[in-house]
Design a protein around this ligand. Structure first.
Ligand SMILES: Nc1ncnc2c1ncn2[C@@H]1O[C@H](COP(=O)(O)OP(=O)(O)O)[C@@H](O)[C@H]1O
Ligand SMILES: Cc1cn([C@H]2C[C@H](O)[C@@H](COP(=O)(O)OP(=O)(O)O)O2)c(=O)[nH]c1=O
Length: 231
């Protein structure tokens, strides 16, 4: 008889450009590993070999000419592979999956991007996720100009990608779209002010996580002596 593995937890990070998602995922991942949990960091679009190929196409802006609906479908196609081949198997194996962007990014970016019927987008999300729902979604909030400045500083001389190059009005609407998601689903989402330094934002996120999923964090097996905090 095989021992029952407790199911993992699925935590997604969302927000506009340069809000600090990658930084915070890394910090939370390190902290959860130190607590003895098996942690998997992943991202969208991408996260599996097939989805990464779709990512390259999307981020180069090559799907833009196909129009907003086709672009939304490509993000969803990448997500189906990522969910099936990475996220669900990891959760079944008891891992804590931390994902940099997920379905809320399609709601916000493709919703703001243009003229799509919200009901159609909602239906697309439903068939794409097939019942999968994050246990917690951290929405990082920052004034768009600040996020774009952070993203530009990170990029250096490189060209802005498909959505960084949209105008400021787009990024203001995007912020409102994420705030609306946080308001509409308070049981799933936690809204975090991302304007502080990385360590203080990380502390806020960890407190929220303990408040929402505390039992699971506390029930984690103690890390083995000398265990690496990464890997
Ligand atoms: N709290 C913070 N304060 C200032 N700079 C930050 C903070 N968090 C991240 N950064 C920096 O801002 C840039 C974007 O952060 P990143 O984590 O890559 O954001 P995202 O994944 O949301 O695009 C990086 O250069 C990062 O080092
Ligand atoms: C997952 C997803 C991302 N996106 C956009 C958001 C980002 O501009 C881009 C992902 O690029 P990425 O380099 O991961 O950006 P960031 O560091 O801001 O997370 O794709 C969508 O438009 N729809 C989606 O469903």
């Amino acid at each position: 008889m095989t021992a029952m593995v407790p199911a993992g937890r699925f935590i997604t990070f969302e927000g506009g450009e340069g809000v600090g998602k990658s930084t915070q995922i890394r910090l939370l991942g390190e902290r959860l590993r130190r607590a003895g949990l098996a942690v998997r960091l992943t991202r969208e679009p991408g996260g599996s070999p097939r989805a990464e190929r779709i990512r390259d196409f999307l981020m180069a802006g090559r799907a833009r000419a196909l129009g907003p609906l086709a672009e939304a479908m490509l993000f969803s196609a990448a997500r189906i592979d990522h969910v099936d081949t990475v996220i669900r198997p990891a959760l079944r194996a008891g891992e804590w999956v931390l994902c940099d962007r997920f379905a809320d990014s399609t709601r916000a970016y493709q919703g703001v991007n243009g003229g799509l019927d919200p009901q159609l987008l909602a239906r697309l999300e439903e068939v794409t996720l097939d019942g999968l729902k994050p246990d917690l979604t951290v929405i990082l909030d920052l004034p768009p100009l600040l996020g774009l400045q952070r993203a530009a500083a990170r990029r250096g001389d490189g060209a802005p990608d498909r959505f960084e190059s949209e105008d400021l009005a787009f990024h203001m609407r995007l912020r409102d779209a994420f705030l609306a998601i946080a308001r509409a689903e308070p049981e799933r989402c936690v809204l975090v002010d991302a304007s502080g330094d990385a360590e203080s934002v990380a502390r806020t996120i960890f407190s929220a996580l303990v408040a929402r999923l505390g039992d699971a964090v506390v029930a984690a097996p103690a890390p083995a002596a000398g265990a690496a905090a990464h890997g």
